[in-house]
Design a protein around this ligand. Structure first.
Ligand code: ADP
Ligand code: ZN
Length: 291
């Protein structure tokens, strides 16, 4: 059976065709311009491919409440061309197939939980640290929504004593994770992109301090059985041992479980090799058909 997948991002739209094994058979990428320019290209790609359902994992905030009049809309995004845009309705009208819809990070979390590092783990989280910070939450095998959906990139953190003067990159919050630790914050603080700061130990120690602190907050509130870290910034793989060490230090032995005894298998990189987002869309599509 064939499924359509759309990973809708702020800079690019990844469209793919895949099967029930999570195998991606074909894939394209389209720049995210305005809906008028971008949507027809997505529809052209997905049309006539014989897909049984479509899964869409979308940048947000989005309306995931199936009872809401604006279900399937991108809501209060700073990307103004997409403000209050009915992305699911538009695709539904053009393609006439069942559509599964979720946030971009819930999509990645689901991809990992189905075919990646959290396969077989009932309760897990996926954190992306890239242009922004997002947290996808899987509870009982399903993406968690709640009132809207988690916006875990905006949890408030205590600053490192050496970082008191830095002005947060988040336009809403002076001390949130995204404002202090996403890629653009690294670039603003140190004057260079992360990729050019590989040899600067202090950059990654501070980054690990914030990521570790955020993880401690997710661990005590959500009690995930495993945590996957992804996104461009985590391309700095030297962060993994530093983050694990910060988690150990900052939690201070408060949580004592078998998972916490081996942080190497508790805090892990993505297992889908960068395809967790698009594979998650395939699973969103499958979920619509109860597969
Ligand atoms: P997006 O979040 O837009 O989907 P990415 O996850 O690639 O895209 O994140 C982009 C951000 O991550 C940028 O701020 C970039 O500087 C940073 N970044 C990307 N790759 C690396 C890397 N290998 N090391 C450090 N920072 C990186
Ligand atoms: Zn914020």
């Amino acid at each position: 059976m064939l499924f359509g997948a759309l990973e809708a991002g702020g800079t690019k739209m990844v469209c793919a065709i895949g099967d029930e094994n999570g195998t991606i058979l074909d894939q394209i990428s389209i720049p995210t311009l305005t809906p008028e320019e971008t949507m027809p290209l997505i529809i052209d790609y997905l049309k006539g491919k014989g897909i049984a359902a479509l899964g869409v994992a979308c940048f947000g905030p989005v309306d995931l409440d199936r009872k809401s009049e604006t279900y399937g809309y991108i809501t209060s995004t700073p990307k103004l061309a997409w403000l209050h845009y009915d992305i699911v309705g538009t695709l539904q009208k053009a393609l006439n197939v069942p559509i599964g819809f979720d946030t971009d990070v819930n999509g990645s979390a689901l991809g990992e939980a189905t075919w990646g590092s959290t396969k077989g783990v009932e309760n897990s989280i996926y954190i992306t640290i890239g242009t922004g910070v997002g947290v996808g939450v899987i509870i009982g095998g399903k993406p968690y929504h709640g009132m809207m959906h988690p916006e875990g990139g905006h949890i408030f953190l205590s600053r490192h004593p050496s970082d008191m003067e830095f002005e947060s990159k988040c336009p809403y919050h002076a001390n949130c994770m995204e404002g202090l630790a996403a890629g653009p914050a690294i670039e603003k603080r140190w004057g260079k992109k992360g990729i050019e700061l590989v040899d600067r130990k202090e950059v990654w120690e501070l980054e690990a301090f914030y990521i570790g602190q955020a993880l401690c907050n997710y661990i005590v509130t959500l009690s995930p059985q495993r945590i996957v870290l992804g996104g461009g910034v985590m391309g700095q793989t030297q962060l993994f041992p530093l983050v694990r060490e910060e988690v150990r230090k900052q939690l201070n032995n408060y949580i004592q479980t078998k998972e916490m005894e081996n942080l190497d298998t508790y805090i892990v990189p993505a297992g889908c090799g960068g395809d967790q987002g698009i594979k998650g869309c395939i699973k969103l599509a499958m979920n619509e058909l109860g597969i």
